[in-house]
Design a protein around this ligand. Structure first.
Ligand code: IPE
Ligand code: IPE
Ligand code: MG
Length: 247
């Protein structure tokens, strides 16, 4: 039986988020420069997106570049930005054809002009697609996002549009970058690292975490299916006890 058949159609996660890690180590293993790893990381993106689409996942968020990644050597940062533009330009038709809607979360104002423009054009062009939403977390970090939300909430209070007593979890949700996206049920991190690295801290409060040793450029849709199967075998209790859980 192939892996995909082991996935129960009833409990497919609506949103899967992936911390794509291990490009640098993959390149090193191949005796190449880090950039070569990033170039091959595009294969992982293709595989994850295909796997997600095949089983009916509605949102796939990929952590592509963190706020902290701006501190990497300049050559690596600019190679990553170039790669982003090239990949968008190259893949846009395929995204369109597969009815993929592209979105981005993060501080896009920090991206080089050309990069931001290519991204915005692709987002605009794919905005009516409804098969799956691919969310790129770019120049993103959760603490950046939460800080921005707090500032905007304070501004709303100051302007008299928001009463502090009325602030609840839903209010906070509406000030986050992910206001239109459900929380991920499953977070995958590749490369064996077991940390969150400033990714979706608010949104993953009750997500299931799945770690794999696979380095991102080696990631295949079967790895994606394995993660979903592991997720489906977990019991999500949300603070309750086992006997209270019906599904
Ligand atoms: C993930 O791979 C890609 C980005 C963070 C942009 P890394 O570049 O972090 O690869 P390792 O962790 O050094 O192997
Ligand atoms: C996390 O990977 C960010 C992305 C995957 C884009 P890193 O490789 O930058 O994470 P740390 O710094 O090792 O935790
Ligand atoms: Mg890394």
């Amino acid at each position: 039986m192939d892996l995909k058949e082991k996935i129960s159609k009833e409990r497919v996660p609506e949103h899967v988020a992936i911390i794509m890690d291990g490009n640098g180590r993959w390149a090193k293993n191949h005796g190449e420069a880090r950039v070569f790893g990033h170039m091959n990381g595009v294969n992982g993106v293709r595989e994850a997106l295909t796997g997600a689409g095949e089983i009916g996942v509605k949102y796939l968020t990929l952590y592509a570049f963190s706020t902290e990644n701006w501190d990497r050597p300049m050559e690596e940062v600019s190679a990553l930005m170039d790669l982003l533009v090239q990949t968008i330009v190259k893949e846009i038709d395929a995204l369109e054809e597969r009815k993929v809607r592209l979105m981005a979360i993060g501080d896009l104002t920090l991206l080089p002009e050309q990069c931001r423009k290519a991204l915005e054009a692709a987002i605009e062009r794919t905005k009516v697609n409804d098969r799956i939403t691919l969310v790129l977390a770019l120049s993103y970090s959760s603490r950046w996002e939460i800080t921005k939300a707090v500032k905007q909430i304070a501004e709303s209070v100051k302007a008299g549009n928001l009463n502090p007593e009325d602030i609840n979890q839903e209010t906070i949700h509406t000030y986050l970058e992910t206001r239109d996206i459900p929380d991920p049920e499953l977070v995958i991190r590749t490369s064996g690292e077991k940390r969150i690295s400033n990714f979706l801290l608010w949104q993953i409060a009750y997500s299931e975490l799945y770690f794999t040793q696979t380095l991102w450029p080696d990631f295949k849709k079967e790895h994606f299916f394995e993660a979903v199967i592991a997720y489906q075998n977990r019991e999500r209790r949300f603070g309750k006890i086992s006997e209270q859980i019906t599904v």
